[in-house]
Write a protein that binds this ligand. Structure first.
Ligand SMILES: [Zn+2]
Ligand SMILES: [Zn+2]
Length: 144
């Protein structure tokens, strides 16, 4: 979702469309700030409050993101390799590339089913996948 600007480059209100809006941040710092003019800001207070943003999941998502980035940092500091990319080898097999803190790569083959057990965007180590299914070390170059 992008912002709307008028021909003079002024930010327009998300509610009424008039230029001269200001951005109001999500109380949990998660979703995109809302552009609103003073009048609409006053008329639509509920969209700026914690209650509304909690309802749409901002608080939870923010907490999850913080928890995941801590987990990621811990894993890297412990010398673990973290998923960075995946290549579909065939219908059922995925080659997953992992990287450690030093930027060294390693790669494993696993079934698509195992791969999908950890959603994209969540920190996943080699060990995480090992605990979920059979994985096999493979060469590191991305094209082999
Ligand atoms: Zn407005
Ligand atoms: Zn929000």
């Amino acid at each position: 979702m992008g912002y709307i600007y008028d021909s003079k480059g002024e930010l327009c209100c998300d509610f009424c469309g008039k230029p001269g809006a200001q951005k109001y941040k999500c109380p949990f710092g998660w979703c995109q700030p809302i552009a609103a003019c003073l009048e609409c800001r006053k008329k639509n207070t509920k969209f700026f409050g914690k209650k509304y943003h909690r309802q749409i999941g901002c608080e939870l998502n923010k907490q999850k993101a913080i928890a995941d980035s801590l987990r990621r940092q811990d894993a890297l500091n412990a010398g673990k390799y973290i998923r960075t990319a995946a290549i579909r080898v065939n219908e059922n097999i995925v080659k997953v590339i992992f990287e450690n803190k030093e930027g060294q790569e390693t790669a494993y083959l696993m079934s698509l089913e195992t791969y999908k057990k950890i959603p994209i965007g969540i920190t996943a180590t080699v060990e995480d996948f090992m605990s979920l299914g059979e994985i096999k070390k493979t060469c590191n170059t991305k094209l082999c």
